[in-house]
Design a protein around this ligand. Structure first.
Ligand code: NAP
Length: 352
């Protein structure tokens, strides 16, 4: 295979951060190449919004919008400005030399001058078959109270929150605005959460805690009607009636493919050391969205950091004198820069 010119900007990911970065970069004539990933057991292209039903808190959609449709629109908007897209993962990277080197999961290694990493994070799930089914069908299983808690289906219902960390405390407290009662289910007899957040939850008269309790099944055909739980001290099994369940047992950022090439935080998120900047510990490598944000984790904040990453990448490329990379001839541009050309042609059209 002939060595091609390095890509000017590669964006890895396909959630709101990645597509926003692509829209900004494409409109700035950076000719971005997006690796949107391939479906796997843990994640599908489009990220966590693909597992969400109604999105009611993204400005500009007063009637709300379904998560997957929203991602399709983001993607279409990136395609409108001729973003090139490859349906593959990046399996590994080498940021120790410039241009950077990237290895797709199937295609040949290639080079890039700048990279935006927007691979997101995935919510951890309990791993119960009915949990997955009802999460995907919008039947009342969610991993984000801020995203879904205000939906009509959860109003005045008894809701369950699983977990004992700060997220579980926050979600349980937040859900008391809508629920008639919140049952907090934790597998141990003490919370992992910070004292202040645990105390706030424990003091809330609408929150009841089930200690030493594990969820063994989610009950309901089309919608959640309850949980089967087991007390791990007594071994006793029982059913808890509820109209929704929020799983808050942590998130895993999608950073395994990065190895040690960029610095991560203790929890595995990409470190962006400068406040209000998306540059990582490697100049020329930028991070956006949930992969660098363990705090907000919202579509709107992910999109915001995607915009920031594209603007920073544009400025960095200009400073390095790399904005005007030699134009790739049009017929070569029609091919992916990887060994996947024949199976996965670069796409500049809507998904389909
Ligand atoms: P976390 O601190 O890792 O807590 C996860 C909780 O889920 C733990 O209580 C854990 O139980 C439980 N858990 C894990 N796997 C489980 C399973 N398979 N079945 C049942 N329970 C399970 O995660 P987090 O609460 O998402 O917080 C992540 C980070 O973000 C933390 O640093 C946190 O402080 C921070 N955060 C901060 C705020 C805030 O300050 N406003 C809000 C949210 C999150 P065990 O305790 O038994 O391990």
């Amino acid at each position: 295979m002939t060595q091609k010119s390095p890509e000017r900007l590669v964006i890895i990911g396909s959630g709101p951060a990645a597509w926003t970065a692509a829209i900004y970069a494409a409109r700035a004539d950076l000719d971005p190449l997006v690796f949107e990933g391939e479906p796997s057991r843990n994640m599908i292209p489009g990220g966590q919004l693909m597992y969400t039903t109604d999105v009611e808190n993204y400005p500009g959609f007063p009637e709300g919008i379904m998560g997957p449709e929203m991602m399709e629109r983001f993607r279409d908007q990136a395609c409108r400005f001729d973003t090139r897209i490859v349906g593959e993962d990046i399996a590994s990277v080498d940021f120790s030399r410039k241009p950077f080197r990237l290895n797709p999961s199937y295609g040949a290694e290639f080079e890039a001058h700048a990279v935006v990493i927007a691979t997101g994070a995935r919510a951890n799930w309990l791993g119960l078959p009915n949990e997955e089914r009802l999460a995907q069908s919008g039947g009342g299983v969610s991993a984000c109270a801020v995203c879904d808690g205000a939906l009509p289906m959860f109003r005045n219902e008894t809701l369950a929150v699983v977990g004992g960390g700060d997220s579980a405390m926050e979600e349980a407290t937040y859900l008391t605005k809508f629920a008639s009662e919140v049952i907090l289910i934790h597998r141990r007899d003490e919370f992992r959460a910070s004292k202040i957040m645990a105390d706030r939850a424990l003091a809330n008269p609408k929150i009841r805690v089930l200690w030493n309790t594990e969820v063994t099944d989610v009950l309901g055909d089309d919608a959640v009607v309850g949980l089967e739980v087991r007390n791990n001290q007594t071994g006793e099994t029982s059913e808890v009636a509820c109209g929704g369940v929020f799983v808050a047992i942590g998130h895993t950022p999608n950073t395994a493919f990065l190895g040690d090439e960029v610095e991560l935080t203790e929890s595995g998120y990409i470190r962006t050391p400068t406040p209000w900047r998306t540059v990582t510990t490697v100049p020329g490598v930028f991070a956006a969205g949930d992969v660098m944000d363990s705090y907000y984790r919202q579509a709107i904040t992910a999109a915001g950091t995607g915009c920031m990453a594209a603007l920073e990448a544009e400025r960095w490329l200009a400073e390095e004198g790399l904005s005007e990379v030699a134009e790739v001839p049009v017929d070569e541009k029609a091919e992916a820069p990887t060994g996947a050309e024949e199976d996965e042609p670069v796409e500049a059209a809507a998904r389909g």
